[in-house]
Design a protein around this ligand. Structure first.
Ligand SMILES: [Ca+2]
Ligand SMILES: [Ca+2]
Length: 353
């Protein structure tokens, strides 16, 4: 019996350690160690368990007052454009950052902000939706974390209702966007918005990471992973409204803060042939995510660039992965709050900041 107990303890320690390593930067799960089995990309058969077994999100004790918070669900009009998707100077060639290719994207609407905890709470209150991780807490390797408890069962979103919702799977994101009368953006739509009017620049605003010494995004500053100076003001997530609009289109945090799901299946081989409204491959195992997160550091996960990309299985969730929605037509309930930004010559950014 003692041997049996010791074995169980050792096994638990191993699992905890391996998953902690993964959790320190879930981009590991997206990159080299993605297939390491620490859970971030494992498939989950939720059909084996009904949601009723784990009420999770249905608990009313975690419904917070958001009446004082401004809505952050407005959308930006993104005009039809032909732009250069990808790059011929990839930082991570294995990620499929290249080649550079001409892509045309029709006009569409995109959320100005990442979806916040408050906006997601509205969805859950209205539908009693249970997120995948809340429905299957035995699957996630992280100590009972879900969107209401992003860092474990003893943590809360009470004071971060304006921060991006995390621990939402691709499937959860799709459900939310459908409820909002929207959909997930394609990777091309995301990158077109990220690049604004600029061609072949690293960031939405230009090539300098901190133009004029100002922070324009939430990433990891210091020495990863031992020191996070939070010189941008945030150790973890920041409010979705924080930091300047990142380019002329008016988008916020499309780079940094949390990774964002896109509609596309993941692939890494592309042709330079011009394409119109590409939607990625028809089949796959992983979905594309874009934009990098507060856990990204230049020496470790230099993926907070418009060309950068990564992936997770659609049932994955992570503490640094959220989303925003797109739409072909503006949902009628947003007609009064959406910014119609028509690109005119005089509005085009003339120089790098
Ligand atoms: Ca930061
Ligand atoms: Ca983001």
């Amino acid at each position: 019996m003692e041997k049996y107990i010791a074995c169980i303890l050792l096994l638990s320690l191993f699992l905890h350690t391996s998953c902690q390593t993964c959790d320190e930067d879930s981009s590991q799960c997206e990159g080299d160690s993605k297939k390491s089995g620490c859970g971030c990309s494992a498939s989950r058969d939720s059909s084996e368990h009904s949601n009723d077994e784990q009420p999770g999100d249905k608990s009313v004790k975690d419904i917070f007052d958001i009446s004082d918070l401004s809505r952050t669900n407005e959308m930006l009009f993104i005009e039809r454009a032909t732009f250069t998707m990808g790059t011929n100077e990839p930082v991570f060639p294995v990620d499929g950052e290249g080649p550079a290719r001409k892509v045309t994207v029709d006009s569409f609407y995109l959320d100005k902000h990442e979806v916040s905890n408050a906006e997601f709470q509205r969805f859950v209150e209205d539908t009693n939706y249970v997120t995948e991780v809340a429905a299957a807490p035995w699957w996630i390797p992280v100590n009972g974390a879900d969107w209401r408890h992003p860092n474990g069962p003893d943590t809360s979103i009470k004071d971060i209702m304006d921060h991006p919702v995390v621990h939402v799977s691709w499937n959860d994101a799709v459900k939310y966007c459908e409820w909002a009368g929207k959909r997930l953006p394609t990777e091309a739509e995301f990158e077109r918005t990220c690049k604004g009017n600029l061609k072949s620049r690293l960031f939405p605003w230009g090539n300098k990471e901190e133009p004029k010494g100002k922070h324009w995004m939430n990433i990891w500053h210091g020495k990863f992973p031992s020191e996070n100076t939070a010189s941008d003001g945030y150790y973890t997530t920041a409010p979705v409204t924080e930091f300047p609009e990142q380019n002329i289109l008016g988008v916020k945090n499309i780079i940094g803060n949390v990774w964002e799901w896109t509609q596309d299946w993941w692939e890494t081989k592309f042709t330079p042939t011009p394409k119109k409204n590409p939607k990625g491959p028809r089949f796959g195992t992983d979905r594309v995510k874009k934009g990098g997160s507060f856990m990204c550091h230049k020496n470790y996960c230099y993926r907070y660039r418009c060309d950068a990309r990564s992936q997770n299985t659609p049932d994955s969730s992570a503490v640094n992965l959220g989303f925003r929605c797109a739409s072909d037509k503006l949902p009628p309930y947003l007609e009064d709050v959406t910014e119609e930004i028509l690109l005119k010559e005089e509005n085009i950014i003339k120089e790098e900041l």
